[in-house]
Design a protein around this ligand. Structure first.
Ligand code: SF4
Length: 388
């Protein structure tokens, strides 16, 4: 296919595809899917080999957010029956992080619900970062605390944070349909503040919220312009009790086309498969490893992922390898070591949710799979062991 040859050539040269080419990837047929995956896989292997970086989420503070992000189970007025708790103590955060590190994660992502941190909150997170770094020298720590105020990014950097995550989530044109309590511009500004402070920026999106192909291409092109080191890609988990509970729009094939498009537009960036992986890709998850070079290990913020050992087995069975702590994630031409955070399923990153039947309906509209959405009941904020 000429389109794919062109996109591979551009990806190997780190050249930006045209919007029309990106849209054409999303419009390819299921018959062409393996060709699309193979083509984007060449670009993935050029910049990241067969390495898969593992990241581990620690939800420092869950639920009760005053913001109204429609996709989020922790939002204002959410009826989702998620765990709700206030700040973990530094030793609790460190203990939770240890489970992920023991499972092979080289990055720990510390996430808290809320519009943004107070200065006292930055102190709390700084203490957690210090506790984690004391226990695990060399582990990367990313903070995801919402909108930052002046000076907070610098303080997090001084405390030892390596990265900061704040997702754009969707296109500028549709942002107001998803959230009304803050703006797209607010989000861009926070990512830029993180970059200015020397933090590795992590910013991504949520697909499956009812957006058009043009919206998806818009947000991915905006991300390329913003130039984060990592781009987490979430597939909406339509949690019961949230406004987007009925938005079951994704098939495994659609998810793979979206990931391929992102790899072509952001060829040398850490593309991280985040929330909704198990729910929407299901048995097609291993194919996605040809497109992304990073995943979360274990559970998400407010929902449970597949067993950590199943993640590790999948990586090995598909012929990939877990990226070691001594390996730099990003290609040499991208200055900073590491690569950002991401996030997931509930707080300041995306979500998931409800039970159902099987495959796609004859109409082409995917069936709801609420049976695949399990609210997190273990790990941080509980007395039960974490999944890692
Ligand atoms: S995404 Fe973050 S800011 Fe938005 S409702 Fe969820 S926790 Fe609050």
């Amino acid at each position: 296919m000429d389109l794919l040859n062109t996109l591979v050539d551009k990806g190997l040269r780190r050249e930006l595809p045209t919007r029309e080419e990106a849209l054409a990837v999303l419009a390819t047929s299921d018959d062409d899917l393996l060709e699309v995956v193979a083509a984007a896989g060449k670009v993935r292997r050029q910049w990241f080999g067969r390495r898969v970086k593992l990241n581990y989420l620690v939800n420092l503070k869950s639920g009760l957010c005053p913001e109204d992000c429609s996709y989020c189970s922790q939002r204002l007025g959410s009826k989702a029956e998620i765990l709700k708790y206030t700040w973990l103590k530094p030793d609790e955060a460190s203990k939770a992080a240890a489970a992920g590190v023991a499972g092979g994660a080289k990055r720990v992502c510390l996430v808290a619900s809320g519009r943004g941190p107070t200065d006292r909150d930055v102190d709390r997170v700084s203490e957690a970062i210090e506790a984690i770094k004391e226990r695990h020298e060399g582990v990367e720590v990313c903070a995801c605390l919402g909108l930052l105020s002046d000076g907070q990014a610098d303080r997090l950097r001084s405390a030892g944070a390596d990265a900061y995550n704040h997702n754009l989530n969707t296109s500028e044109g549709t942002y107001g349909d998803i959230t009304t309590t803050h703006t797209y511009a607010d989000r861009v500004e926070t990512v830029q503040q993180a970059q200015a402070a020397g933090l590795s920026a992590c910013s991504g999106l949520i697909a499956g919220m009812g957006e058009s192909d043009a919206d998806l291409v818009d947000v991915v092109f905006s991300l390329r312009e913003l130039d984060p080191d990592s781009v987490p890609v979430n597939f909406l988990i339509p949690f019961e009790g949230t406004p987007l509970a009925k938005e079951w729009n994704l098939t495994p094939q659609r998810c793979l086309r979206i990931l391929a498009m992102i790899r072509f537009v952001c060829p040398d960036v850490e593309v991280r498969l985040a929330g909704g992986r198990e729910v929407h890709l299901r048995s097609m998850q291993p194919l996605a490893l040809n497109l992304v070079n990073s995943i979360f290990l274990g559970d998400y913020l407010t929902s449970e992922g597949q067993a950590g050992q199943a993640d590790l087995d999948m990586i090995a069975d598909a012929g990939f390898e877990v990226e070691g702590a001594g390996t730099t994630t990003l290609p040499a031409h991208r200055a900073q070591a590491g690569g950002g955070c991401g996030s997931h399923d509930g707080g300041c990153a995306p979500c998931g949710d409800a039970p159902a039947d099987a495959a796609a309906e004859p109409s082409g509209i995917p069936a709801a799979r609420t049976d695949l959405v399990a609210v997190r009941r273990r790990g941080a904020g509980t007395d039960l062991a974490p999944n890692a």
